[in-house]
Design a protein around this ligand. Structure first.
Ligand code: ZN
Length: 223
């Protein structure tokens, strides 16, 4: 296991840093089919990062991008409801309401998200039989999205992660990034969880701590 470096504040952004903006899509925002409470409140703060990550940094937006018969949807399994437990290789631990269907309004980025920041848009979850919480590996833990290789081609060594939702896509993206050798920072004020119970959030943060993942707030980062 690598040892965690002590952080010096403010954290200075360098050319080897990348920003991952995870799934800021209409279906995950209030009014969407899989809405994250207050998910819309982090968008302005994410837009503000464009001035912090100004060293020609890699800024990647991810977009959940499912076919309409995606196997993570409760609607495709007879007798199942959204949030019912379900587990099969590459899917689970629960089934979801239909969301982020390719080409739908719900799959679009929030209209007030500054898409001009993005150097690359990475779509994930498009294999019918596989879900993809992580931006690096799909839920079978072996199908690659290509993000690891992409970031390494640009000599990225540190990744800063924000977006939706803390307890799924942020969590798995951060854990995979660490396993793949990146130094990882989760920007806590620029993410929100699906499950808002304090105990669940505490568990995720403890998981980050034990995996050497840095938990920071956006004010601690500087250009
Ligand atoms: Zn999804």
């Amino acid at each position: 296991m690598r040892t965690k470096k002590m952080l010096d504040f403010p954290i200075k952004i360098t050319g080897n840093d990348a920003l991952l903006v995870i799934d800021i899509q209409n279906d995950f925002l209030p009014g969407g089919s899989l809405a994250v409470t207050d998910g819309d409140t982090i968008i302005t703060g994410i837009n503000d990062l464009r001035t912090t990550f100004s060293h020609n940094n890699q800024i990647i937006f991810t977009q959940d991008w499912h076919p309409s018969d995606h196997q993570s949807f409760a609607s495709v399994h007879s007798g199942k409801k959204p949030f019912d437990e379900y587990s099969s290789p590459g899917l689970g631990p629960v089934l979801w309401p239909d969301h982020c269907i390719q080409g739908s309004k719900g799959a679009e980025f929030a209209s007030n998200l500054d898409q001009n920041m993005a150097k690359m848009i990475l779509r994930k979850g498009y294999h019918k039989e596989l879900d993809s919480y992580s931006a690096f590996l799909e839920n079978d833990k072996k199908t690659l999205t290509g993000l690891n290789e992409y970031l390494k081609a640009f000599n990225v060594s540190r990744v800063f992660v924000c977006g939706l939702a803390l307890d799924y896509c942020i969590k798995y993206t951060a854990l995979d990034a660490y396993k793949l050798g990146f130094e990882v920072f989760v920007i806590l004020d620029l993410t929100k969880p699906v499950i808002t119970e304090k105990s669940s959030i505490k568990e995720i943060l403890a998981d980050f701590e034990s995996n050497q993942i840095n938990i920071i707030i956006s004010d601690q980062i500087r250009e």
